[in-house]
Write a protein that binds this ligand. Structure first.
Ligand SMILES: Cc1cc2nc3c(=O)[nH]c(=O)nc-3n(C[C@H](O)[C@H](O)[C@H](O)COP(=O)(O)O)c2cc1C
Length: 223
């Protein structure tokens, strides 16, 4: 079982968010999973230009590190997203990656897979930004198992104290994957989203050819 862990902070080893992410990975490994971690600031990922070429071709015209991370997103069993709060949201680096996922949303690529999220804030709203990241996992079709937000508020020990919770978040993600845990309210959300996406792609079938073919190959649209 492989867990993909993404750190949205540009502070690498200095990052508090990364500390919690690595603790979550430790928890996942203790349950027998392999983990692969990326500091998103080390990747060269260009902005989405909104051209729609991924809807037509199934891949972006930009030849950059997005493909590396996307490959792991498509092949890993679980995902842990993490970011510090920057101006009440995730960092621009992580948001830039999210913006490149419109085709993955139209085709609900995380269907059947699980994820969770982590955030730290200097002041407030770490929980909200962790939940925002979980919302991204869900809009991709994935199921979220939990989140962790830590508001540091000038307390240097706040992150240390949260390490056991981060480990448990990672362990629980692996257990949820293994037992194929059901979350009825999320399943309803997924069912509605899948229906909406199939309808949208079908409506745009002459333009969004790759997405139409994807759903057709899944048996959701006629040949
Ligand atoms: C550009 C920037 C914007 C920030 N915006 C917020 C904010 O809106 N709210 C907040 O509580 N903290 C904010 N912070 C503080 C960070 O969220 C906090 O220091 C975080 O723990 C840093 O995580 P890291 O060590 O993983 O990089 C901001 C920090 C920076 C550098």
């Amino acid at each position: 079982m492989e867990i993909l862990a993404i750190n949205g902070s540009p502070r690498r080893e200095e990052s508090s968010t990364r500390k919690l992410l690595l603790a979550a990975c430790e928890g996942a490994m203790a349950e027998g999973a392999d983990t692969i971690t990326f500091d998103i600031c080390d990747l060269d990922i260009g902005y989405c230009t909104g051209c729609g070429s991924c809807y037509r071709a199934g891949h972006c015209f930009q030849n950059d590190d997005f493909e590396v991370l996307y490959h792991h997103l498509l092949t890993s069993d679980g995902i842990i997203l993490s970011s510090p709060v920057y101006i009440n949201s995730v960092t621009a680096q992580l948001k830039t990656f999210f913006d490149r996922l419109a085709d993955a949303i139209h085709t609900q690529r995380l269907t059947g897979r699980y994820g969770c999220s982590i955030s730290t804030a200097g002041g407030a709203n770490a929980e909200g930004v962790a939940e925002y990241q979980n919302g991204v996992i869900r809009v991709l079709g994935g199921t979220t198992t939990g989140s962790l937000g830590v508001n540091i508020l000038g307390d240097p020990m706040a992150v240390e104290r949260a390490i056991p919770d981060a480990k448990e978040l990672g362990s629980d993600l692996v257990r949820a994957i293994r037992e194929k845990r059901q979350y009825p309210e999320q399943e309803e959300e997924h069912r509605m989203m899948r229906e909406r996406m199939i309808e949208l792609v079908s409506f745009n079938k002459d333009l969004w050819t790759s997405e139409y073919e994807y759903w057709r190959d899944q048996g959701a649209l006629p040949r």
